[in-house]
Design a binder for this molecule. Structure first.
Ligand code: PLP
Length: 389
């Protein structure tokens, strides 16, 4: 079945829920059994890694349905659900390392992932080196005998560099390191990470799978080899997600494909318009033909999403405020991937260590599902305000 069909049909278990399309929300701390024999039979299947519910924290049917669908869309073996995208990042990395190990993380990584590495991972005796996202096969020069993880995020947070994923993954695997990818920007629909060499894929389902800015949830998908470590780490850390949030995420993901394609179309329209503006120095969007990452994006990606960066011509802080403060269609805020448009200034101070940002003022836009002509008119009025600020 094609992706759009699977998004609509899978994760429903219709036979066990006659009469409803969607699985009900079961709020449960515990699972009860009719007899000791039944309890032991379920436990036996649980021990054999069947997704059997034995306790509220694991394998509740709604969560299993979500995990099966996310694993399917990302193209991996199985998935775990976590309480946020950041929890997914932390669990994915923790699943692959032990004290004394070294991890290589792209310099363009989501800021809180960097904080997790620098603070918590370091405290547990794991060293992190940040690498230039454009390093490609040159990653070989940074690998140490104890490098256990090469972490990618492509395109990168805020600066949207596209990484040479297969080249990096090849080197990582030759040296025995796991490849983790934060695939939140593209999702499995636009970037099949496992086909390009990922072992574990992080999805901040808060963003596009949820799609409505009303849920915090994360998922990690593993290939078969890494699944036992991912499963056990997630359980050992007591990770779970609220059934209400899983329900919303499962509802949101049904329309992921159609929403993403609209985000893509509208974002490209706004990005191309921005490109023509005198206030704009550069649009950081890999689907634009002269973006430095365009060739790699075209080779590896199947589409682009609604999030991109805009480097402004040199201007004052007051001018940036004049642009942002009275926008009508763009809310000012960080999380993205919902149906609505957002704008946020990108502060790169302290956010890069391998390759400091040398450009001008940077903003990040998320293009929602509004009519792009309204978004363009809104931004145009913002640029007018900048002139008189
Ligand atoms: C690329 C990326 N990964 C992970 C996350 C974390 O997701 P959450 O907000 O659900 O913790 C974000 C959030 O902005 C993100 O942009």
């Amino acid at each position: 079945m094609k992706t759009r069909t699977r998004l609509a049909q899978q994760g429903r278990k219709p036979k066990s829920q006659p009469g409803t399309i969607n699985l009900p929300v079961a709020r449960a701390s515990t699972v009860t059994f009719g007899s000791l024999a039944e309890m032991e039979a379920v436990q036996k299947r649980f021990d054999a890694d069947e997704p059997m519910p034995t306790y509220g924290i694991v394998n509740m049917p709604l969560r299993v349905a979500f995990e099966e669908l996310v694993a399917d869309i990302e193209g991996g073996h199985r998935a775990v659900t976590l309480s946020s995208g950041l929890a997914a990042v932390a669990v994915a990395i923790a699943a692959c390392v032990k004290a004394g190990d070294h991890v290589l993380v792209t310099d363009s990584v989501y800021g809180p992932t960097r904080r997790f590495c620098n603070r918590t991972l370091a405290r547990f005796g794991v060293e992190t080196t940040y690498y230039d996202p454009l390093v490609g096969a040159g990653i070989a020069g940074l690998m140490k005998p104890n490098t256990r993880v090469v972490y990618l995020e492509s395109p990168g947070s805020l600066t949207f560099e596209v990484q040479d994923f297969p080249a990096i993954a090849r080197v990582a695997h030759e040296r025995g390191a796991a490849v983790i990818h934060d695939n939140t920007w593209a999702t499995g629909i636009f970037f099949p990470s496992f086909e390009h060499g990922a072992d574990l894929v992080v999805q901040a389902a808060t963003k596009y799978p949820g799609g409505h800015s009303d849920v915090l949830i994360g998922a990690v998908v593993a290939n078969e080899a890494w699944w036992p470590r991912l499963r056990d780490t997630s359980r050992d850390l007591g990770q779970t997600a609220s059934p209400d949030d899983v329900f919303l995420a499962l509802r949101g993901i049904r329309t992921l494909d159609v929403r993403l394609r609209q985000h893509e179309k509208s974002a490209l329209e706004v990005a191309r318009w921005l490109y023509s503006r005198p206030e704009v120095k550069r649009v950081l969007h890999p689907a634009l033909a002269d973006d430095p990452g365009h060739a790699l994006w075209k080779r590896d990606f199947l589409g682009s999403s609604g999030l991109f960066g805009v480097e402004l011509e040199p201007c004052s802080h007051a001018q940036v405020a004049a642009l942002i403060d009275r926008l009508e269609c763009f809310a000012l805020g960080y999380s993205w991937g919902g149906y609505e448009s957002l704008i946020v200034p990108a502060n790169l101070r302290g956010a890069r260590s391998a390759k400091p940002w040398s450009g001008g003022p940077l903003i990040r836009l998320h293009i929602g599902l509004e009519d792009p002509s309204d978004l363009i008119a809104d931004l145009e009025r913002g640029f007018e305000r900048m002139k008189s600020a």
